[in-house]
Ligand binder design. Sequence first.
Ligand code: ADP
Ligand code: ZN
Ligand code: ZN
Length: 731
Amino acid sequence: MAVVHVALPIHLARTFDYLLPEGVSPIIGARVSVPWGKRQAIGMVIGHSQQSELPLEKLKPIHHFIDQNSLFSDALWRILRWASDYYHHPLGEVLFHALPVVLRQGKLPEISQKWLWVATEQGQATQLHELKRAPKQQQALAALQQQTLSREKMDSLQISGQALQALRAKGLVELQPQTVTAVDWRPCFAVQGERLRLNSEQATAVGAIRSEDDRFAAWVLAGITGSGKTEVYLTVLENILSCGKQALVLVPEIGLTPQTIARFRQRFSAPVDVLHSALNDSERLAVWCRARSGETAIVIGTRSALFTPFARLGVIIVDEEHDSSYKQQEGWRYHARDLAVMRAREEAVPIVLGSATPALETLHNVALGKYRQLNLTQRAGNAKPPQQSLIDLKGQPLKAGLSAALLSRMRHHLEQGNQVLLFLNRRGYAPALLCHECGWIAECRHCDHYFTLHQQQRQLRCHHCDNQRPVPQQCQQCGSTHLVAVGVGTEQLADVLPEQFPTIAITRIDRDTTSRKGQLEQHLAEIGRDGARILIGTQMLAKGHHFPNVTLVALLDVDAALFSADFRTAERFAQLYTQVSGRAGRAGKPGEVLLQTHHPEHPLLQILLQQGYHAFAQQALLERRSTLLPPYTSHIILRAEDRDNQQAADFLRHCRQQLESNPLSDQALWLMGPVPALQSKRSGRFRWQLVLQHSSRRQLQQLLKTSLPAIEALPKTHQLKWAIDVDPLEN
Ligand code: ADP
Ligand code: ZN
Ligand code: ZN
């Protein structure tokens, strides 16, 4: 009798054994339907043998195999198994996380039938003016007399589904199944559109990557903002694609701009698929299938696109590799950049990690010889790096957070017909609402954090937990009606600026103004069209965008970042500052960057403005080394939450005892905690953590791994919300 070992998508660090019926051969990496309690569950076969820890007569037989082949390539399988181990996350959850939702539910990996709207003969013959009382139907029929319409096309032409149904009822249009025959893009592959002449640094970078493009090589493309990194990616892809191989391009969550996608689509006559958050589950599955069969040439996507299967993967590109959205912060806390390097190695393909501000970890890997660095130090074309200076705010009167010096520079740039970008990383009207009589401040009870005032919606909102409520009329402590907004957010800035610049159009881009589909694109299009204009934005505006007319970038209020308890804040600020200031002067016009601060002498600002990001990074790495912080040591954080501010800390204290009593624990191990997390309360839960630090990543891994069985056996382990965060980015 054969036994199959099955991983289930549940949060338990173990697998389950089932019997294999006679004559059925086990397929590793295939899904099986198995009995689970009184129900059926979907699991993944991860191995088989003749034995089980349980007596064979206690085992139940599997119900059936869902797949006839493994869903994973050998390379992906090895990476996922390794990652389950490295991140100490249950294998079943890891494997199922790497699959599209539809497959997790047990459906077959096939592209579902697509439908097309077509005009019937009667519809073709109908005169459009007959429909003039129903303009939406008229518009729909007009379109269908010219062409057939897929759902995507319908959306892009903004044709209403209701209108189509009405036309269908009249017999003027109908739905036809679309015959999708996969065309092989390879024979007719061509590079099209405008190709720029690479400058010598770009050409050197492309040459280096091409010289080893048939094997694993990890490149760091360290190119200042506007140096033409995307042009390098595109040129590298030319060769890869013309050999018939495919490319995976990872971008940060908010870097997935229409501009970037358009550049890939315009360059190649080959299918480009984009995995973005607006896709539904069956569209995601379709991309998965097309990549796996080789039908698509390029897949562009955020973090989870990493798990896309490819028939002939040829290269991986990770754009803005320093971006923290590559780290998953819930559930399985993997880092997509790190796993992408792993994947490139397993698939024996090159990987390019591009950034103007490489992560300190990445620069450290260059120093260790694991990655090789290619530099782009010049801006592409005629663009020059911007002039940068500080405005000392001490004692200055401010209008909505703007100093007189800044207002005057804004006026100057706007008069030239250029655009001004104001960076303020705080959405809403004001970050706090205060009682002028007694000093009471409106606070979210669930997070112990100030409410943000959103004037337009007449609401207080907690930016940590989404708690919302109407703006109170009176102080809850003394009853006074004298409540005042303190501080400035993007909404207030957009409200106040017209007083200063009555004739200038203003665009505000933050999560509140771009929440509806298509809004961001609309704002970006406005910016692209117009001359003088003020752009107000949070970090959504910082990255990836290319605004040729922006010549002045101002950072209004960044002082909080200079004084933080988190040792990573300086790195994050340096990256943000460099990225934001990189929006200035990207075309031929000279750019200017102004930073308002109360601390112009602060060493972080001094080194950034005078010597730039790489000098900062070298210094920060020296500091990390002397203080024994990552990347010179390894961190793992055990996190736990509770509602009574008692159990989580207790649990972590027990974890600490287990770790300390483990025979593998040695002098090089340093445990800190349990201590409250930096954000110590969120949504009514108290958050605690235990930080594990060790000079050897391997030993730390071993130590935790061998302690986990005892930790799993602690009485509270399964009642508490807790997690393991390997290589954490948050404290
Ligand atoms: P990055 O991604 O490094 O910030 P981009 O790739 O967006 O930079 O390039 C910035 C601008 O410079 C784009 O408008 C791009 O078309 C242009 N550009 C890139 N390479 C060249 C080149 N070799 N010659 C002229 N313009 C270039
Ligand atoms: Zn009061
Ligand atoms: Zn809250």
